[in-house]
Ligand binder design. Structure first.
Ligand SMILES: *Cc1c(COP(=O)(O)O)cnc(C)c1O
Length: 451
């Protein structure tokens, strides 16, 4: 079938991948080992068993190329997978570009983003390990929502430590988690030692992601029936997301296409990894394909950070990893890409970037919202602000081709919808949104506080 007849490319259910693709089998250099935050020695699985199930820890360290997706997980994936790949015909026309632009849409998942792809298997492995309850943190709310639904599906309890400022400003996100049966606690809370200490220090604290991680980890460490769960960054999370890229490859084959450029937004790196990693072997084999991670210029981890060992949380409870980082105390300005505000990046994405296998670029938030609105007006879908970073870069690439006359196949990841992000759209539309320059001195300061 030719792409000029199809706009929505749907895979039949039996084409849903049976395996996750593990990029660790093919990387020229594996990431440096993660270190125990206390002893600074290489981390052993035993160090992490108090908070993660064996199934997940095996995947974290595996160099097996293909890892079978359990039947129970595939059954639930079928509620929304395979997800559609669209050709953005109206956007192409609006841009007057000779390029073909495709987007893989993960907003069709029940929670509206790609995060459920990892929440489902993570809960599954915890259930077979005999756990009854999971704790986690959430900033903007997307990960907490995904884990709330996944735990409910497998009959586990869920406690979400939600950064207090989001808890107060995004009450509807909290409502969704409660509908799915989770307990949602504003962080810092008096439920944990870390929270009580912070409240004593500053009773009006509005919290931070690092604080919420500390509370969720402490909660899991304190109870035998409870584990902790993380929604991005770690190897197993990137692994679970590779259903996205594998499906995309098959969908492009259906219309006789192969991508020249793959673009994904990058916070902790999992949706970008999910879309791009299945194409890494082609790239290593010499195929001409570009894999581009897009980050906000207000949190420019890959493009301006350092490739060093750093803590993955603020309270220094979690492993020390070699990755691109801005320093754990880097406080991004209040850019709206809530899910892209992490100080570090996936060690897998970082290593591949360091080795020149993937590229990175940073974009300003007003340009991102301009792209989001152009996309929404042409394609109809209201994109998440995070995903709109990828839209911006896809549009820029398509406009470059208008100049050069080249016709490229551009594929980007639309990681979620933006139905809960309307206050950010309001701010842009009313002209109140501003771009912020991050001076070198700020980054130098946060990068001087490395372990
Ligand atoms: C969380 C989130 C992201 C960023 O996280 P990654 O791990 O980098 O993928 C991007 N888009 C959406 C819609 C999200 O919810």
């Amino acid at each position: 079938m030719r792409s000029d007849v199809l706009s929505k490319i749907i895979l039949p259910e039996e084409k849903l991948p049976k395996f996750w693709y593990n990029v660790q089998a093919d990387m020229p250099n594996l990431p440096a080992p993660a270190l125990n935050p206390v002893t600074k020695q290489p981390l052993t699985p035993e160090d992490l068993l108090p908070i993660f199930p064996p199934g997940v820890l095996e995947q974290e360290a595996s160099t097996e190329r293909y890892i079978e997706i359990p039947a129970e997980v595939r059954e639930i994936y079928k509620l929304w997978r395979p997800s559609p790949l669209y050709r953005a015909r109206r956007l192409e026309k609006a841009l007057d570009t000779p390029c073909r632009i495709y987007y893989k849409y993960e907003g069709v998942s029940p929670v509206g983003s790609h995060k459920l792809n990892s929440a489902i298997p993570q809960v599954f492995y915890n259930k077979i390990a005999g756990k009854k309850r999971l704790s986690t943190e959430t900033g903007a709310g997307q990960w907490g929502t995904a884990l709330s639904l996944a735990t409910n599906m497998f009959g586990l309890e869920c406690t979400v430590y939600m950064v207090k400022v989001s808890y107060e400003q995004k009450p509807y996100r909290r409502s969704v988690m409660e509908v799915y049966g989770a307990e949602v606690i504003a962080s810092p809370s008096n439920r944990t030692e870390a929270g009580r200490r912070e409240l004593q220090r500053n009773p009006n604290s509005t919290g931070s992601l690092g604080m919420a991680i500390s509370e969720a980890v402490e909660d899991a460490l304190g109870r035998d029936d409870t584990n902790y769960s993380l929604g991005s960054v770690l190897n197993h999370v990137c692994l679970h997301q590779t259903v996205i890229g594998q499906e995309t490859r098959l969908q492009l084959e259906m219309v006789d296409e192969y991508p020249d450029i793959i673009i994904g937004c990058c916070g902790g790196g999992s949706n970008f990894a999910g879309l791009a990693f299945p194409f890494v072997p082609d790239k290593l084999a010499g195929k001409k394909i570009r894999l581009v991670a897009v980050e906000p210029s207000g949190c420019p981890t890959l493009t301006r950070g350092k490739f060093v060992y750093d803590y993955t949380d603020v309270a220094c409870l979690t492993p020390i990893s070699q990755m691109y980082t801005l320093g754990r105390n880097y406080a991004p300005p209040s850019i709206h890409a809530g899910g892209l505000r992490y100080h570090g990046d996936s060690p897998l994405v970082s290593q591949l970037y360091h080795d020149g296998i993937i590229e990175a670029t940073a974009v300003d938030q007003r340009a991102v919202f301009e792209a989001a609105i152009l996309f929404a007006r042409n394609e109809g879908i209201l994109p998440a602000p995070e995903s709109s970073h990828a839209i911006r870069t896809a549009i820029d690439e398509a406009l470059k081709c208008r100049e050069s006359g080249e016709s490229k196949c551009i594929v980007f990841g639309l990681s979620g919808h933006g139905h809960f992000d309307l206050s950010a759209y309001d701010e842009y539309l009313s002209g109140r949104m501003v771009d912020v320059e991050i001076p070198d001195e700020i980054l130098e300061k946060s990068l001087s506080e490395l372990p």
